[in-house]
Design a protein around this ligand. Sequence first.
Ligand code: FA5
Length: 344
Amino acid sequence: MTNLKGKIEEYKKKFAEESARVRDEKGLAELRNEFLGRKKGCLTSLFDEMKGLSAAEKPGAGLLINAFKDHIQEKLTLLEGGLPGRGRAARSIDLTLPGRSLYWGAPHPVVLFQQEIENIFMGMGFAIEDGPEIETDYYNFEALNFPPHHPARDSWDTLYITDNLLLRTHTSPVQIRVMEKKKPPIRIIIPGRVYRRETTDPTHLPMFYQVEGLVVDAGITFAHLKGTLEYFLRTMFGEKLKVRFRPSFFPFTEPSAEVDIECIVCGQKDKSCRVCGGTGWKEILGAGMVDPQVFKNVNIDPEKYSGWAFGMGIDRTAMLSYQIPEMRFFYENDLRFLRQFNLK
Ligand code: FA5
């Protein structure tokens, strides 16, 4: 064993001396052969030496020889990399190849769609407002004319944090927050995330985005609401889009309406379409004239001012615009899906 250790030290010294003289690939190959070569290499001679050792000494000797082999291989690799113009690093760069572009990430399709909505409304002179996602019962319901125990609350069930705090079910509470601070004329949109206790299906999610619109001034009528929404939808979807207003109910608007657009996913042709349920139409927003009681709640005189509001599902409208049959695709984080929206 002592003999083996001595021999290893001797070989290491010899290697250090000879490697200092290597100048090219040929010299390197000779050095590798001398130390690691199968037939007469130093490594082979060390293994021969091991044969004469007792069974108890063999495992220790094996470890020493393997450590020696690793040492030599490591040094040879370093030496190879350092050879002028011929190292591994030099060889792996082909300057004629096009560069590899890194994927930097990109805006989410729902965000891109939200930006399109914002641009159209900003073009009409609307400002953008924001509000908290955790709301009080007062802003989410009461100020919007839903008294406690009002049956209309049932369609907006959500996650409660305390008896009084909840994840907002719509962006409408921000209407109240803005009207408390600013007096007419008001012309705003409010995009943001909302939450509901909802069973997921192709067009319903428990977390989704809405954009609220609110206009308050003297002499505002339903005709302004209709004209603004039609202008917005035709700018977004094209002049030929079929749009319909249906009478509806919201506690905070009177009269109220819901707006449907033709189902762009099936082109109004598929009786089994999972997006429109075969009806050919899909509801995208609720709207109406601001209820006088809401104005009273924020100290705006309903005799002097009138206004309209709408709340549109961003994900819902985006899926129709992109002709995606499943809203859930937006949130599965499948890059093959997401990258299709950022082809630059
Ligand atoms: C509202 O949320 C009212 N705040 C809208 C409103 C605002 C009316 C201002 C009057 C004045 P509704 O629950 O219908 O209404 O939702 C509005 C839109 O949000 C729907 O038309 C739909 O596009 C979208 N939406 C509703 N529920 C979901 C859901 N679970 N998943 C995805 N989108 C949804």
